[in-house]
Design a protein around this ligand. Structure first.
Ligand code: 5GP
Length: 218
């Protein structure tokens, strides 16, 4: 087995990473870039009751389900966490996450602040990363640039963003997304550093020590 820090599978059970950021921070792009360049790291695909947007497809961006199907899943306790965000329901499937972690994959959830709180209660051993926009003005510009939202929806997003940025101190790491590549680099550094923690490498390090005990001269 390798001790390559970019490889997760040598460590047994995977690590759960939770990334939150206000809408418009660019978190989806950043995390997609991250999982393309780090092995054994998978991006969780959430369920949502919201309508598909142009360019999105079912089973790729989200698992799109009806609101009533989503509610059935809540009742059947199929979600690790779920939340109502801007009037739509979003949730992480508990069995998908558990399967990936059990297979030694590290998993990234890109979820809102409410969802992150639920995950932390369920998995103590979660690494939380908060991605912040550089300023209110930059976030507003980005949102207005990309969005076809009506003004009241825009106001709601900005209000929600204000509440979300205030929650940054609930997370283990905070990254300011001032520049895409720099932001991806910092995220990658966090994942790799977490993989080098004693608890993550203990089993492999013990095997190495055993090999010394078997082979090295007394
Ligand atoms: P959007 O509709 O723009 O794709 O996402 C809106 C918000 O929902 C984002 O803040 C996103 O992080 C959050 N979100 C996406 N999936 C989940 C999920 O599974 N759980 C929770 N709690 N939030 C989610």
């Amino acid at each position: 087995m390798s001790n390559n820090p970019s490889t997760g599978s040598a460590r047994g059970r995977g690590q759960l990473f939770v990334v939150s950021a206000p809408s418009g921070t660019g978190k989806t792009t950043v995390v997609e870039r991250l999982v393309q360049t780090v092995s054994d790291l998978v991006l969780s695909r959430s369920y949502t009751s919201r309508q598909t947007r142009e360019g999105e497809s079912n089973g790729v961006d989200y698992n799109f389900v009806t609101r009533s199907r989503f509610e059935e899943m809540i009742a059947a306790e199929e979600f690790l966490e779920w939340a109502d965000v801007f009037g739509n329901l979003y949730g992480t499937c508990a069995s998908d996450t558990e399967r990936d972690l059990a297979q030694g994959q590290d998993v990234v959830l890109v979820i809102d602040v409410q969802g992150a709180r639920q995950v932390r209660q369920r998995y103590r051993d979660t690494v939380g990363i908060f991605v912040m926009p550089p300023s209110f003005d930059v976030l507003e510009q980005r949102l207005r640039g990309r969005s076809k939202d009506a003004e009241d929806a825009m106001q709601r997003r900005l209000r929600t963003a204000r509440n979300e940025v205030a929650a940054f101190s609930e997370y283990d790491y905070v990254i300011v997304n001032d520049e895409l590549e720099a932001c991806v680099d910092r995220l990658r550094a966090i994942v790799l550093a977490e993989r080098a923690r004693l608890k993550s490498v203990q089993a492999e390090a013990e095997r190495i020590v055993d090999s010394f005990n078997e082979r090295a001269p007394q």
